[in-house]
Design a protein around this ligand. Structure first.
Ligand code: ADP
Ligand code: MG
Length: 599
């Protein structure tokens, strides 16, 4: 009896070369912009100082990239178009320390398998250029200066199914422009231009990194940029981040480069999020453009065919380095911010709370003038409502009742600007950053609970059910025991829903979905073991940030006093989790100095 066809196995065969290249092209060549990216990267690897891109039909009809790089010798023109043929690496060691943008030797072959490609090239010493037709492999002498010119026509002409995925001419052109702008930012010494038909869309002469960055970023960036610069052996981070006040609704101005390559990397974007956690409202997206230079051996760039992902050998060290560098830039920059004489003092002040002593040492420093302080005060009083943002309080604690030993931080008198609690104590005035202080209290509490395994858990009367990505749901399912160890009773409630039944008492005020998302993404990124051991403090700090009272939440005087008492009982309460002071003391003598008393 004949078996039905469906059960008879198809014969196994080795695929023809062209088909293999077409399959590879599926990963490397998604649209005209991917061709532009690969060709321009080749030009940069060839040491070009000037690169010209000419497009027709959004790049789908024709892409021509010309450069003045080292060129390709006539004998190697055929090889350049072959799969797995490259001049950039020759051994595993080369691969592990690769510093060129390309190295897989597959871009030209992949492009040539889905488009009509020809290549004209001339090396410095050659008498003339040579041209190769990728379709026929024929080589002939040609006109042309030193460098390379590659022409790619009718993309996907032979793979109609893929051609259908192309969008309108304008959309494809937009992607090409984006790709070139992105590449140009990281290679300021190279001139780039891009033409569509007869229109010149980009004409960038060699420039500085900062000029290129500003060209890439949204128009408001220059006014809000804070420079980042950090070095350690084998690694350097350079670039600019936007002030928190200039954050955007969308994550459309976030660029991170690793050794000149634009990448999307979860470790890096998480580090950025962590650096801004304290100063940025939940959904707001910071702007940044950062360039990391690192020993190529410390990063694996061979993770993704389009090479937009990397893997760091020391991911958590990288995370810390980037996060601290950006935090430092943001903290310092507050000092440069105009409009408040007190800002420089606080931001550049000591980590410890002895602001008065520090102030004394800065008496004739250029940034601090009592007059400037007075002018700033006067300005704030002249604003429309002099009491705006200040909630006066008439607390029961009177001066006679102040007992330095039982309440060193004193008693609350007001909340200012949504985030500062003013208190008076035996020495004078205490100013508390309530979010930072509370964050430290929650953090220390979480650490203690983790250490003893005794969570004060809050069971939710009505479980919190919220939408989540399928990935988050899967992560929650996989890591339920770990989540429980973190005091979170979290389970899937549907394919895209999670149910939170209990959470640590300390976190009852947290935005639960945001908190859960962060914990899940940490678990995914680092795995349960690392999260609970080496990354435990980072994780708890992140949770604490979610759990801490937010700026602009009005506090009753009793709540403020409770905060002060908690601070007194908490270890290291004078520094927030980001190393900034959580409170400062202004002694009466400091106040006297502000008003030039006794001079
Ligand atoms: P890869 O860049 O990964 O080496 P490609 O397929 O993109 O692979 O290129 C194959 C080879 O062709 C390169 O290794 C390089 O030697 C040569 N090549 C490609 N483009 C250029 C160019 N614009 N100038 C000089 N050489 C080039
Ligand atoms: Mg290449």
């Amino acid at each position: 009896m004949d078996e039905p066809d469906a059960l008879r196995p198809a014969p196994i065969r080795v695929l023809p070369d062209t088909l293999v290249s077409q399959i590879a092209a599926g990963e490397v060549v998604e649209r005209p912009a991917s061709v532009v990216k690969e060709l321009v990267e080749n030009s940069l690897d060839a040491g070009a100082r000037r690169i010209e891109v000419r497009l027709q039909g959004g790049g789908a009809r024709r892409i021509v990239v010309s450069d003045d790089g080292c060129g390709i010798g006539a004998a190697e023109l055929g090889l350049a178009l072959q799969r797995h043929a490259t001049s950039k690496i020759a051994s595993l060691h080369d691969l592990e320390t690769v510093s060129t943008l390309g190295f897989r030797g597959e871009a030209l072959a992949a492009i040539a398998s889905v488009a009509a490609v020809s290549l004209v090239s001339r090396t410095a010493g050659a008498e003339h250029a040579w041209r190769i037709d990728a379709g026929t492999g024929a080589i002939e002498p040609a006109a042309g200066g030193a460098g390379t010119r590659i022409e790619v026509c009718d993309l996907f002409y032979n793979t109609p199914a893929r051609r259908k995925f192309l969008r309108t001419e304008a959309t494809e052109l937009g992607h090409c422009v984006t790709v070139l702008e992105r590449v140009a930012a990281a290679h300021p010494g190279v001139g780039f231009c891009l033409w569509h038909d007869a229109r010149c869309l980009i004409d960038a002469l060699a420039a500085t990194l900062q000029e290129r960055t500003r060209a890439l970023m949204p128009s408001g960036f220059a006014a809000a940029e804070r420079s980042v610069s950090a070095q350690a052996p084998g690694i350097a981070l350079e670039g600019w981040v936007g002030a928190p006040t200039a954050a955007r609704a969308r994550a459309d101005a976030q660029y991170f480069y690793v050794n000149g390559r634009f990448v999307r990397d979860k470790v890096l974007s998480h580090a950025l999020r962590a650096a801004y956690a304290d100063v940025l409202h939940g959904a707001a997206q910071p702007m940044y453009c950062l360039f990391l230079r690192i020993d190529p051996a410390a990063v694996d760039v061979n993770v993704h065919p389009a090479k937009t992902e990397v893997r760091f050998r020391e991911a958590s060290a990288m995370h810390q380095f980037v996060r601290h560098a950006v935090e430092r830039a943001l903290a310092l920059s507050a000092g440069e911010a105009p409009g408040g004489a007190a800002a420089p003092a606080l931001a550049a002040g000591p980590a410890a709370a002895n602001w008065g002593a520090w102030l004394a040492t800065r008496q004739d420093g250029p940034r601090w003038h009592p007059q400037a302080a007075q002018a700033a005060l006067a300005m704030s009083v002249q604003s429309a409502d002099p009491l705006a943002g200040i909630r006066p309080a008439f607390s029961g604690a009177d001066a006679a009742g102040l007992d330095a030993s039982s309440a060193p931080l004193g008693f609350a008198i007001a909340q200012v600007a949504g985030v500062y609690v003013l208190a008076r104590n035996a020495h004078g005035l205490v100013i508390v950053d309530m979010h930072a202080a509370h964050e430290r209290i929650v953090y220390e509490g979480l650490k203690r609970a983790m250490g003893t395994g005794e969570w004060a858990q809050q069971q939710l009367l009505i479980p919190h059910v919220f939408g989540a990505s399928a990935l988050d749901v899967a992560t929650a399912e996989e890591h339920a025991p770990t989540l429980l160890r973190l005091g979170l009773d979290l389970h899937p409630a549907g394919p895209q829903q999670l149910r939170l039944r209990a959470l640590p008492q300390l976190l009852v005020h947290a935005d639960a979905p945001a908190l859960v998302r962060q914990v899940l993404s940490d678990l995914r990124e680092y795995g349960a073991d690392r999260v609970l051991l080496e990354r435990r403090d980072e994780l708890l700090a992140g949770m604490a940030c979610h759990g801490a009272i937010r700026a602009n939440r009005p506090l009753a005087i009793e709540e403020m006093n409770a905060l002060l008492r908690q601070m007194e009982q908490t270890e290291r309460a004078d520094q927030c989790n980001h190393g900034r002071p959580t409170w400062v003391q202004l002694a009466v003598s400091d106040l006297d100095r502000l008003f030039l008393r006794g001079r």
